[in-house]
Ligand binder design. Structure first.
Ligand SMILES: Cc1cc2nc3c(=O)[nH]c(=O)nc-3n(C[C@H](O)[C@H](O)[C@H](O)COP(=O)(O)OP(=O)(O)OC[C@H]3O[C@@H](n4cnc5c(N)ncnc54)[C@H](O)[C@@H]3O)c2cc1C
Length: 392
């Protein structure tokens, strides 16, 4: 394993850093305070090739790989976490269509996602009564002549009211006897276009953070989708969701790294400027130790994220490593943001400095795309298996 990014990876990261600094950072606080969705910014990300970093060129992507994607996403998140979550979900949807879609589906949707023409993609798995236990979801896809009718409710859908295309998971086994141990086998995934009759987005949630990103409930009231909208075969939905989430967790880890880095930089700068007892804060060992711990944890988080990205990119198993990266990076970034606020003292608790936004934005990275508790379930499963493999 090597630690030096390639020339291409460096260029992508550099493009993202420059865009983040020049376009995103100046208005990030305003987008947060006014809950402004970054529609124009997403289009520009598309123009720069940053909405499909790991998508093949033939479908409009940059084909620069998962490591480049991780580096770019961290840069965007460092400036504005709300933009980065829309970028991450759009990338995830484009990748999922590339991995499981027909040629027609790839041609139809992926270039629009990568260019920003579709503004964003959305991923509708969660429901009011099923979050961690995704396999128990209740939305039904009833087979009808020429397609399916989707009926049910989705909850917490990032960009669900803005997306051009939404991947919707639904049961194609409704009516069959319920087998609690094998509910996942009855799930299928569908590509539902914005504007489909019967698809209604509800009021955006008032969230603690990520205020520039919209998170909405969706109602599907007998939405008709043709057979050609089904992704892969009937019953393949759960596998598709798990594959997508494995990759998505690399995105959330990278996002957390970016927010954590923003917080550490803010703490470093403030600790050099602010004086108490005639000394800069950074000259107090207690403060310097906080920065040292944060720097170490941030490096560890990024290394875990990049390792998972490297494994995915090189076609190796990466599920457990992505869970580790997501778990560690989200929790470490949370501690780093909290530390940064502490270093700012009372000022950190106000909107005069960005650290309160970082702390609010980072919190959800321990919840979405699998909570920390669920990551531990995934990791424990592999650790227990590895341990028994060593013992035998
Ligand atoms: C801002 C935001 C954006 C989101 N975007 C999307 C999106 O675009 N698409 C989408 O489909 N979903 C999205 N989600 C939903 C998110 O993935 C879920 O919130 C998450 O999976 C947790 O589900 P839940 O909220 O129902 O919590 P629950 O599953 O009810 O969990 C509640 C608590 O119980 C714990 N718990 C549950 N099961 C176990 C277990 N087996 N072992 C130990 N602890 C357990 C959890 O860790 C958690 O602490 C988003 C959520 C938020 C807040």
């Amino acid at each position: 394993m090597h630690f030096e990014p390639s020339e291409e990876q460096r260029l992508i990261e550099q493009a993202a850093r420059q865009f983040a600094a020049e376009v995103l950072r100046p208005k990030a606080a305003e987008r947060d305070q006014k809950s402004l969705f970054p529609e124009e910014e997403l289009r520009k990300l598309g123009e720069l090739g940053l909405l499909g970093v790991n998508v093949p060129e033939q479908y409009g992507g940059s084909q620069a790989g998962v490591v480049a994607y991780s580096l770019a996403l961290s840069q965007i998140a460092q400036a504005d976490a709300s933009v980065s979550v829309a970028m991450a979900v759009t990338n995830m949807v484009a990748e999922v269509i590339c991995a499981f879609g027909t040629e027609e589906q790839k041609q139809k949707y992926v270039p629009r996602l990568c260019s920003g023409d579709a503004v964003a993609g959305a991923f509708a798995l969660s429901e009011p009564q099923s979050g961690s236990d995704a396999a128990s979801l209740k939305t039904v896809a009833e087979k009808v002549d020429g397609g399916y009718r989707l009926t049910g409710s989705k909850q917490w859908i990032t960009s669900g009211d803005r997306a051009g295309v939404i991947v919707v998971w639904a049961r194609t086994d409704a009516g069959a006897p319920v087998d609690k141990r094998n509910q996942a086998a009855g799930l299928s995934a569908f590509l539902v276009e914005a504007g489909t009759p019967g698809l209604v987005a509800g009021r955006p949630e008032h969230k603690l953070g990520l205020k520039g990103s919209t998170t909405v409930p969706l109602t599907l009231d007998g939405c008709f989708v043709p057979d050609s909208a089904r992704l892969s075969k009937e019953g393949d939905g759960f596998r598709i969701a798990m594959v997508a989430l494995d990759g998505g967790r690399i995105g959330i880890a990278s996002q957390a790294v970016g927010i954590g880095r923003a917080a550490l930089l803010a703490a470093k700068d403030y600790s050099k400027e602010r004086k108490q007892f005639d000394k800069a804060l950074c000259d107090f060992q207690a403060i310097a130790n906080m920065l040292a711990d944060a720097g170490t944890q941030l490096d560890a988080a990024q290394l875990l994220a990049l390792r998972a990205a490297f494994l995915k990119e090189s076609g190796q198993p990466f599920s457990q490593k992505a869970a580790m990266a997501k778990l560690y990076a989200s929790e470490a970034a949370g501690r780093i943001c909290d530390m940064a606020l502490q270093v700012h003292g009372g000022y950190g608790y106000t909107q005069e400095f960005p650290v309160e936004r970082y702390l609010r934005d980072v919190r959800v990275s321990r919840i979405y795309e699998g909570t920390s508790e669920i990551q531990r379930v995934v990791i424990a499963r592999s650790v227990l298996k590895e341990f028994s493999d060593h013992a035998s």
